[in-house]
Ligand binder design. Structure first.
Ligand SMILES: C[S@@+](CC[C@H](N)C(=O)[O-])C[C@H]1O[C@@H](n2cnc3c(N)ncnc32)[C@H](O)[C@@H]1O
Length: 225
């Protein structure tokens, strides 16, 4: 995805025909991808802080420049809010923008981590972090049919990902992405609900762009069992 606010163009006419097969395969096999050293290291550092913290953890996966992480940290001063993104470039932009705005770059309860979630999710699950809300805001849609396995619900880490958080809050401007994710979690025995929404105060730059260009944004909330 280019990162602009264009309407999604896909060659799919509905839910991907291989969705159930792919999800069932991942649910019944062990995800074996070796862990990258940099993610293991980043996890070890933040895990020390999490293990000493006595309160709720909010995970902001795919946080991009970390705007949502900072807003959530301000809105939830008693929680530890952890934003994760694999792009050092995007995370660095957050620090620069926050400095320009004379904002708090690293509030005590706000941490931005560079890590690959394909590994990070498995480490979080193994460490049993007490995540209450798990946000995934505007993940890369990968709209071409052949890229199903690059969408989170088509990925090998999906079984671990959906075990993190009492709620998973997923937002997209592509309704089909959320419909597929919902169908995938239902295969795994969870439930969820999709609603359209408009926010007065966008949580992320992508949300702001979509709303400014008149596109409908959608939210799926998945409840843990
Ligand atoms: C479309 S952007 C959305 C960013 C932000 N949530 C927003 O709404 O402005 C998707 C983000 O997901 C991140 N991402 C994609 N795959 C990832 C992975 N495996 N691990 C960590 N971050 C990932 C990308 O680096 C990118 O910043």
């Amino acid at each position: 995805m280019s990162g602009d606010s264009k309407v999604i163009v896909t060659n799919q006419s509905g839910i991907h025909e291989k969705l159930n097969e792919v999800v069932n395969k991942h649910l019944s096999t062990q995800f074996q991808k070796p862990y990258q050293q940099h993610t293991k290291q980043a996890f070890a550092e933040i895990d020390l802080i999490v293990q000493q913290f006595d309160g709720e953890i909010i995970l902001d996966a795919c946080c991009g420049v970390g705007q949502s992480t900072r807003i959530l940290a301000q809105q939830n001063p008693d929680a530890l809010v952890i934003g994760v993104d694999k792009s050092a470039h995007r995370l660095k932009r957050n620090v620069e923008q926050a400095k320009l705005a004379n904002d708090v770059v690293s509030a005590e309860n706000c941490h931005l981590i560079r890590a690959d979630l394909n590994d990070f999710y498995r480490l979080v699950l193994a460490a049993k972090w007490p995540v209450t809300r798990h946000y995934v805001l505007y993940p890369n849609p990968w709209p071409k049919s052949k890229h199903l396995q690059r969408r989170w619900h088509g990925s090998g880490v999906f079984p671990q990902m959906i075990k993190i958080g009492q709620q998973i809050i997923l937002r997209s401007n592509w309704l089909l992405y959320l419909q597929e994710f919902l169908q995938a979690v239902e295969i795994a025995g969870l439930t969820g609900e999709i609603k359209s929404f408009v926010s007065d105060e966008p949580l992320t730059p992508f949300e702001a762009k979509y709303q400014a260009s008149g596109q409908q944004c959608w939210q799926l909330v998945v409840m843990a069992n």
